[in-house]
Design a protein. Sequence first.
Length: 305
Amino acid sequence: MKWFLKEPLVHFLAAGLALFVLFGVVNRDENGDDANVIVVDHEALLTFIQYRIKAFNPAIAEEKLQSISDEELDRLIEDFVREEVLHREALALGLDEEDYVIRRRLVQKLEFITEGFAEASVEVDEASLERYFAAHKGDYYVEPFVTFTHVFFDAEDRPRAEARAKAEKKLLELNRKSTRFSDAPKHGDRFPYHVNYVERTPEYVASHFGAPMAKAVFELEPNDFAWQGPFDSPYGVHLVLLITNEPGREPELSEIEGRVREDWRRSRIRENTEDAIRDIVSAYDVHVTYERSPEPQVTAESPPK
């Protein structure tokens, strides 16, 4: 502890903190008594609690405010006062000036407010919804998928020809006994991935079996009782029981209306928000005086705040 007190850096920080507090006191004196007044009213707490619960809905905030205990209310008020005091002190010391982080926060806050107005102006329009779906049908394309199980014969611990011979023999047995989907794990060797593949896309199947086998599987006709193969993968030889093979398709709006409606709504909010921001920008007279240097000079200076 004595070593800690002897450290010059500790003395420097202590002195800086003292100056910080002194500057705040002097600044408050210059601004008059109003700077020291904090009004904790209903509206202030209502706004504060909405930020705390991250639900910007006055009704929800009001319900929360009325439901908390006296002890929780005292703690909420204490937190509000603490935050308000520190915010005022930071502004009084000019900590918001030339600070890019704060600049970004303010920009984000205005964007948030603008988005709120944009969201409030969006109403469901069935005709627009249908036009949106027609223009973005490709975004809702349902990939083809298959559901199958397989029996695997490892070609790393034995010659591939031997693995294939075992597979061909097993194929006759599986079909003779009408082996079911659920019984596949009882046969063959352990595969590095899965035994059952349910509603898997070509890309997913190819990632486990290789593109040639995935292509062959997706060309099969489904049959709950007919084992097919053998098929080669980088790992060995497989027998497949394919029970579902659904081609890719574009769904009807009625199938995914909820998803499309939400996507359309978000799209309209983005458009309205950008339109509002463009209107704000257009009110400014912008003068671009920067000219690109023919040979930009790269320096090692630290970035500005």
